[in-house]
Design a protein around this ligand. Structure first.
Ligand code: SF4
Ligand code: SF4
Length: 134
């Protein structure tokens, strides 16, 4: 199975080889999505981990026992209507039809409740009206 996690760890753990231990001790594949680690400050690490369910759960237990805060990573998609020029490029690309076209008004609107945060539209929008927020 696969899980995306957001880790926040205190200053004392900034130099701890967390990803190395997840790989070596729990046989997990670890992809770093985003890292913000500064010496002597709190660290933030967003990861995707892949492995057996039990191994993932044990890896998460290792992190929490260590004092790391582990939360599911939620990628939020923000649509900026002020930047949108209603070009409709994003509409056919969205796998869950989160963009709706009002043909009469010739406008596009975004339904964030449908969005599964796949990110396809973010790359495609020529006006940078869509962004991913972690
Ligand atoms: S691609 Fe961008 S500018 Fe075009 S309709 Fe979609 S959000 Fe608006
Ligand atoms: S991120 Fe993916 S699911 Fe969400 S609106 Fe864009 S294309 Fe659709």
């Amino acid at each position: 199975m696969k899980k995306k996690l957001s880790l926040t760890f205190p200053r004392r753990l900034v130099s701890e080889p967390i990803t190395y231990k997840l790989i070596k001790n729990y046989n997990l594949i670890v992809n770093i999505i985003k890292a913000k680690i500064t010496p002597y400050e709190e660290g933030r690490l967003d990861l995707e981990i892949i492995g057996e369910k039990n191994a993932i759960n044990e890896g998460i237990k290792y992190l929490t026992d260590l004092g790391v805060s582990v939360k599911p990573l939620i990628q939020e998609i923000k649509w900026n209507p002020d930047r949108c020029n209603h070009c409709t490029v994003c509409v056919p690309l969205c796998p869950v039809s989160a963009f709706e076209v009002d043909r009469k008004e010739r406008t596009v609107s975004f339904n964030d409740e449908k969005c599964i945060a796949c990110g396809v539209c973010v790359q495609a929008c020529p006006y940078r009206a869509i962004e991913i927020v972690f």
